[in-house]
Write a protein that binds this ligand. Sequence first.
Ligand SMILES: Cc1cc2nc3c(=O)[nH]c(=O)nc-3n(C[C@H](O)[C@H](O)[C@H](O)COP(=O)(O)O)c2cc1C
Length: 207
Amino acid sequence: MKVLLINGSPRTNGNTARALQEVANSLAAEGIETETVWIGKKPVRGCIACYQCMEKSLGRCIFNDDVANRIVEKLPTADGIIVGAPVYCGQPNGAFLAVWQRVCISARKHIECKPAASIAICRRGGSTAAYQCMNMPFEGLNCPLVTSQYWNILFGMNEGECEKDTEGMQTMRTLGRNMAWLLKNLKRGDAIPRPADEPWQPMHFIR
Ligand SMILES: Cc1cc2nc3c(=O)[nH]c(=O)nc-3n(C[C@H](O)[C@H](O)[C@H](O)COP(=O)(O)O)c2cc1C
């Protein structure tokens, strides 16, 4: 079993990377593999609402010139998904949101129903708002949200400073164990299948 970890920070070795590493170590101890995709420092696009990914059922974004489709390619083989992002101005950082919104819209079929978690990292404030924001796509895609002993948040300013937030680091380890616990239970031969969905009733509030 494999969990895809997405590092939304522009810092390679920042606090988001450290948080995800702590989760990865915890998952490894439970026998679960991880793969990390870093969104990097290069320019990224926001969604332009062309709807081509949906109308043509592309399963990926029409734009291939940034990291979005590299994430999309990793999704089909992921049993679980964890996104991590730093808090900028009380929100998840813009580059992460720009990429992740395109991934969620174009590759929703590879995210749907998979156990998922968000992690928000900040110096002082805004982490719970960012955490809530990051959970929103998962909540609309039937994903069981994986939680921990506290909200999945961590504090630190400079690279590696989050190590001093010992409770936050413990929260990361618990998150890894909880993800492993859920994945193992869902994979059991006697797991009860998810009930069938009703046909979707799109409702755009147009009369
Ligand atoms: C543009 C910008 C805005 C930020 N806004 C906030 C904020 O609103 N609240 C906060 O507590 N920290 C804020 N920070 C600090 C980062 O959240 C913090 O340094 C975090 O650890 C960065 O994670 P990283 O090392 O993974 O990039 C901001 C940092 C930057 C660069």
